[in-house]
Design a protein around this ligand. Structure first.
Ligand SMILES: Nc1nc2c(ncn2[C@@H]2O[C@H](COP(=O)(O)OP(=O)(O)O)[C@@H](O)[C@H]2O)c(=O)[nH]1
Ligand SMILES: [Mg+2]
Length: 362
């Protein structure tokens, strides 16, 4: 039996199997086998539509991609947010390649990539879908762009990204697997595992060829999450849902959409409605801090902040200035909300807040 037949067989069996406590273990193993076989097909180049991605050079502090069906207004959004001029038209498949633009946001340059629209089946290669979706693997934020009359398409977008190994708005599971030569598998968990039995953990690991290892689990993970860990090539990317063309509907309609979509940004890229709200939401989701550097003998440079992920230390700030800078740095003087008084002396392990003014002392 070939791999495609095996995949079909497992899919059939999963459809037939009722989901309950008694079938949990069996289903977990089936899911793992399926994920493994699909990855094998992918690796052997058997997937349709070519595996390679569009060539895009990353630029700026972060990269955002616009994902949506054709004609929802992705190119119009890019043109509004950035200096780019992506072709806009009333017919589908106007955009045939990646069009990059740069958005200046709170002193940071943010790269935004306009992509061709995707359609159902994109992750299995339809309409160059794989190439489009794989660009999202390297993104720091995905904007799921919807037409105001098609909010239900959000599920299709999520499903296609999911199938490409992209996990939207999920935390990377805190699981560490260390392989060994012998001795079987030792499971350690620091939390109570309520959704996965020891037997299923071992079974899933064995499907991935790991039968001697130690595994440390610090989250109450599901079988899907363990499969993601074992597969090893998953991307964890935050997303924002954008409902575009809201100029065409009334408030009542938007209230109903909220029930379906949960949290979303209502937008009209064409009529310039809520673009500032979108920019704010993007900034909040990227979760960056701005650090203003101040030489000892001069005022701070308020024009060009360093942009770092929140939670970065002053040592990270040094490395951003120059990869070797941290070696000579001794301590820092900080003005801002992360310290008790102005000009407080702190070590390089100090975690600064957004808008702190920092002097690094060698
Ligand atoms: N009414 C309205 N039309 C829009 C809006 N944004 C884009 N459009 C129109 O929708 C069509 C498709 O836009 P485009 O940006 O090319 O969509 P893309 O295929 O997703 O890149 C064009 O005719 C746009 O003028 C909007 O906010 N409101
Ligand atoms: Mg377009």
């Amino acid at each position: 039996m070939g791999v495609p037949e095996k995949i079909k067989e497992i899919e059939e069996e999963m459809k037939k199997t009722q989901k309950n406590k008694h079938t949990e273990h069996h289903m977990g193993l089936l899911k793992a086998k399926l994920a493994k076989l699909r990855a094998d097909v992918e690796r052997s180049g058997g997937g349709k539509g070519g595996g390679q991605s569009f060539e895009v050079k990353k630029a700026g502090a972060a990269t955002i991609v616009l994902i949506g069906l054709p004609s929802v207004g992705k190119s119009t959004i890019l043109n509004r947010l950035t200096n780019a001029k992506s072709k806009v038209a009333a017919y589908a498949f106007t955009t045939l390649t990646v069009v990059p633009g740069i958005m200046r946001l709170n002193g940071a340059d943010i790269q935004i990539l306009d992509l061709p629209g995707i359609i159902s089946g994109a992750s299995s290669g339809k309409g160059r879908g794989k190439r489009v979706l794989s660009v999202a693997r390297n993104a720091d934020l995905v904007l799921l762009v919807l037409d105001v009359f098609q909010p239900g398409q959000v599920q299709l977008l999520r499903d296609e990204l999911q199938a490409m190994g992209i996990r939207l708005d999920q935390k990377r599971p805190d699981v560490v697997v260390t392989r060994a030569d012998k001795g079987g598998t030792a499971i350690t968990s620091t939390v109570k595992l309520t959704r996965l039995s020891q037997k299923t953990i071992k079974g899933i690991m064995e499907i991935y060829g790991v039968s001697n290892a130690s595994i440390i689990i610090r989250d109450d993970i599901t079988d899907d999450q363990l499969i993601d860990v074992m597969a090893g090539n998953r991307r964890y990317v935050p997303s924002l849902t954008v409902l575009n063309k809201v100029d065409l509907v009334n408030q009542e309609y938007l209230g109903a959409a909220k029930k379906q979509l949960g949290n979303y940004v209502p937008l009209s890229a064409e009529k310039d409605v809520n673009m500032e709200v979108l920019r704010d939401r993007i900034w909040a989701t990227l979760d960056f801090i701005r650090i203003y550097l101040k030489p000892r003998d001069r005022g701070p440079d308020m024009e060009h902040p360093l942009i770092l992920p929140s939670g970065s230390t002053l040592y990270d700030v040094c490395k951003r200035i120059h990869p070797k800078f941290g070696e000579d740095a001794k301590y820092a003087l900080v003005i801002g909300s992360s310290v008790k008084f102005e000009g407080q002396r702190v070590g390089l392990d100090h975690i600064p807040n957004d808008k702190d003014i920092v002097t690094i002392v060698k």
